[in-house]
Design a protein around this ligand. Structure first.
Ligand code: AMP
Length: 134
């Protein structure tokens, strides 16, 4: 069965998309640790990130860097933290988290509750920055 993230790529499940190219897709995490918390995924559905072949793994990290740069250009933060867990959704994904202090990466803390309008506004800002660079 297709993963929830494959369904997002295929448009069967809605998301707040921030960037896309032929191999990768980026969208806001629905339970963000901070405003702008984004997930970057390969379109090819592979569960464990270390099972990606070297070329795809490297390209995923390169695309994550591009998306991260666009996030930090529109979301005030000290830097973008990178996390990979994959314990919940069996489709490799990189978390890009705008941070100001190390506790902003604490996954045990309560996540933010944002309105649909806020999610849309944040995704739009990042997506505008990304699209301008193409
Ligand atoms: P993990 O697999 O442990 O890295 O966690 C999966 C992440 O995906 C969590 O941060 C969830 O909030 C996020 N997530 C799960 N379903 C969705 C969805 N439909 N849209 C956006 N983010 C999601």
């Amino acid at each position: 069965m297709a993963s929830i993230f494959t369904k997002i790529i295929q448009g069967e499940i809605p998301c707040y998309k921030v960037a896309e190219n032929d191999k990768f897709f980026a969208f806001l995490d629905i339970n963000p640790l901070s405003i702008g918390h984004t997930l970057v995924i390969p379109k090819k559905e592979i569960d464990y990130i270390f099972d990606l072949d070297d070329e795809l793994y490297t390209a995923l990290m390169q695309f994550s860097k591009i998306v991260g740069k666009h996030i930090e250009s529109v979301i005030p933060c000290k830097r973008i933290g990178i996390l990979v867990f994959g314990l919940e959704v069996p489709h490799a994904h990189v978390h890009l988290i705008p941070i100001n202090k190390s506790s902003d990466m604490d996954i045990s803390k309560k996540t933010l509750k944002l309105t649909k309008e806020k999610f849309e506004q944040v995704a739009q800002k990042i997506n505008d920055s990304y699209k301008k660079s193409l």
